[in-house]
Design a protein around this ligand. Structure first.
Ligand SMILES: N[C@@H](CCC(=O)N[C@@H](CS)C(=O)NCC(=O)O)C(=O)O
Length: 201
């Protein structure tokens, strides 16, 4: 989310939500009264209040059309959503904090089993993307222009590294990651440049 706002040069007020401290600020009544789903990101623009990153990105892109996040071509736009959802629906939910906490509670997994589970879904999703994004030539996921896919991919690669996943199997993804990490919006949104090291987009 922050990458998109920086890429489009939109001024915004950032309110950090600590996902772990004291059982997670996202689960406190203060935050649930704003976003009953208890997740980040959450985006407020005047009277509009939005959760769900894809809905937020699509709103931001329509309201501030500079530096577009989706291709103009209808088919490529759908491909862009499809490829983003491989991460957003196919990897992220399977190893989201609350999902993993519930898995541990119900099935008593060890830390190693938890790690294996998350790594499995990350590697599976990245393998699909390695093939899919290999069809596009250029520095970014869909070729010469940055798109929404890059906004999902780069944080997921950061996450894969945290899990110790060997990225040598994914040379196309590594190249895209290197291209994106040279750009200002990605540098500004890097977790190490955030006061609270959050994990949302
Ligand atoms: N489908 C949602 C996923 C949101 C989500 O799962 N966010 C994570 C952080 S990346 C979260 O808030 N987790 C808190 C928790 O699991 O308690 C989206 O695309 O925005």
């Amino acid at each position: 989310m922050r990458i998109a706002l920086h890429y489009k040069n939109i001024d915004y007020e950032y309110r950090p939500i600590h996902l772990v401290k004291d059982g997670g600020e996202q689960r406190k009544e203060d935050y649930l009264s704003v976003n009953p789903k208890g997740e980040v990101p959450y985006f407020i623009d005047g009277d509009l209040k939005l959760s769900q990153s894809m809905a937020i990105l699509s709103y931001i892109d329509e309201k501030w059309p500079q530096n577009p996040l989706f291709p103009d071509d209808r088919g490529l736009r759908s491909r862009c959503i499809q490829l983003s959802e491989i991460i957003n629906s196919g990897i992220q939910p399977l190893q989201n904090l609350r999902v993993m906490q519930e898995v541990v509670k119900r099935f008593g997994c060890s830390d190693q089993e938890k790690k294996n589970w998350s790594s499995f879904w990350i590697e599976e999703g990245l393998s699909v993307l390695e093939r899919e994004l290999g069809l596009f030539k250029g520095p970014f996921s869909m070729g010469k222009d940055l798109t929404c896919v890059d906004l999902y991919l780069i944080p997921q690669i950061y996450n894969a590294k945290r899990f110790g996943i060997d990225l040598k199997r994914f040379p196309r993804l590594v190249d895209i990651n290197d291209s994106c990490l040279k750009l200002d919006p990605f540098i500004k949104a890097d977790p190490k440049n955030q006061p609270d090291s959050p994990s949302d987009l």
